[in-house]
Design a binder for this molecule. Sequence first.
Ligand code: GLA
Length: 718
Amino acid sequence: MVATFGLLLLFGLILQAVAADDARRIRIATAHSALTLLVGEDGRVYELGYGSVNKNGFSHERTPAREQEFYPQAGDGFVLEPALQATHADGNVSTDLIYLRHKAQVVTTNISLTRIELKDPAYQFFVTLCLKAYASEDVIEQWTEIRNGENGAVTLDRFASSAPLLHAKEYWLTQFQGDYRREATLSEEKLTPGTKVLDSKIGTRATRYRIPSFILSLNGPAQEDSGEVFGGSLAWPGSFQMAFDVDWNNHLRALCGINPFGEEYHLKPGETFTTPAMLWTWSNEGKGQVSRNFHRWARSYGIRDGDTPRPVLLNNWEATEFNFNEKIIVSLFDGAKELGADLFLLDDGWFGNAHARTNDAAGLGDWQVNTNRLPHGLSYLAAQANQRGIRFGIWLEPEMVDPASDLYELHPEWAIGQPHRAPDLFRNQLGLDLSRPAVRDFVWQSIDDTLKPNPGITYLKWDANRYVTQPGSTYLPAGEQSHLLVDYNFALLNIMSQLAKNYPQVTAMLCSGGGGRVDYGALKYFHTFWPSDNTDPRDRVFIQWGFSHFFPAITMSDHVTKMGNRPLKFALDVAMSGTLGMDLDVSKLSADERATVAAGIALYKNELCDMTLRGNLYRLESPYDHPRAALDFVASDGSRAVLFVYQLQDAANKTVKLRGLDPQMRYRIDEVNLPAGEKSKLAANGQTIDGATLMRDGLVPPCQKEFESSVIELAGEK
Ligand code: GLA
């Protein structure tokens, strides 16, 4: 009955979404948000507002000012940052887009798709604005299709995916920047008049210095549980540009898409260019709700198998790096099993013969097993793992080539590079030119030739350890060199989608020299991503905190390692709040340490992962503002929750107030993951307290000293 009512309600919302308020209004609505557009009397499409579903927008004029155009074009009267800039076949640098028609279609009970068709009255040049609304997640996905019906090539100089206009007194922008080993570092600033650009120009695995996701808070810094906040995330693994332009009316335009820098695109007659999708979500309950919207959307639509817990894996990279052979690898399997791992992941170093991959200077591109190190091959290793009851996985870096490789000796022209420039090596390697069809075939073949003959491989870590510093292709003609990075990334996504389609049984991790490729374009074909090569749990608290703004815990591979020499319990407690794994030399652990890890894994698998991976996240205390970090996850029906507290500096223990609980529900409080034989020092341990009290008065976790941590389970007893 309740479910039927819910469905009817959703269906009603969709009908509301697809029905134009009047003939000239187009409204794209979700459960709580709406984007309202207006076809002006001049035929241009204007934006009336994006925000609460209860508001109709900030302008009621029949033909608003040009600054309010929804997808502004350069050249004919628009004087601000345009979403689209094109040079037509006759050299005209201006474009006018006039409304032709729009169509709203119900895709599912939760999803509607609105397509708004526009045309330049003077040219056979067509643009379709596509807006997909996910009602219950409050997400609007926007992309643009640009079709050249002219007689000659049209050059696209700028081609944003989305460029909505926001209206408030103040705009506060939070970005997530960083570098290798300090990914997704949060910083927030108030926007001032003019244009603030957040971008990446490094072409592939483009998120090394910044992810293409941001938070925009209206009228004050973003709060976790109050205030109007937008979240944006571009589904594209290549160079991106987010330009935030505050104009003289104090409107903010957020232009988001592929970075036009060095990527102008020539569209041949008859061709259509489809931009990547930009994801937007809105909430008037703070950035916590924005994150939960993204998380729910991702689990249902944005990643592979969003409802299925990931295997707990043991990776050999930090334990062995390149120093292993078959005997050593097999010897690690028993330890993996003893700890309770589900899978062993063999990292870098298993391939290359003439150019053996025994260090990071050789072998990339030669994806044949190294017969010296692993004489019985990969299927043998998989069988050995399977015999011990664990699955087997492998590392690949399929887009790359080392100059010291058979592949490079055969095809030096396949590497990305430029004439008259000495190759700019990075980690001794070059990137392969995916704009060339033969290279695409080779890359796919390398993956297929590794997986097909070895069905025992059921996990793939896809790495990419360099970006592009010399964009140039021996395949593309002189006039199309600027296509390289666009073509590369579309080809890359295509190969990734082939992997997902052909190998549904292979769990896949997206890695890129740490977290150099974290975006919803690539993640669609993966189960998890590797946030950082920095696994020091102290730093991981910050890195995981940053990524959690957009990506759910089920996507974050968080491993327990010895990095930083922190207490093992602290390392476990931090890794357990995401997708738990390990990168440890089990033989070097003491019996006590082994027991601690095994107990932690069992707890995670049997009790916690259901809440962390499928529940709703509430960030309670930010490590940026407090001597500790605290977060809780609540099962979607409110019946169970888990609280994590990580002490990062010495401080007197203070109350932490929980959020997201069912106020009526009574919860039994149990501190878990305690060292063997130790009793909890939590005063409320074992007590039963109602949700309203826990949210109002909180708990006092027993953490005071740096690197103390606490995991507290709350089990509802209605
Ligand atoms: C990258 C990854 C690591 C590891 C190494 C192997 O740095 O981020 O996890 O796989 O490559 O070379």
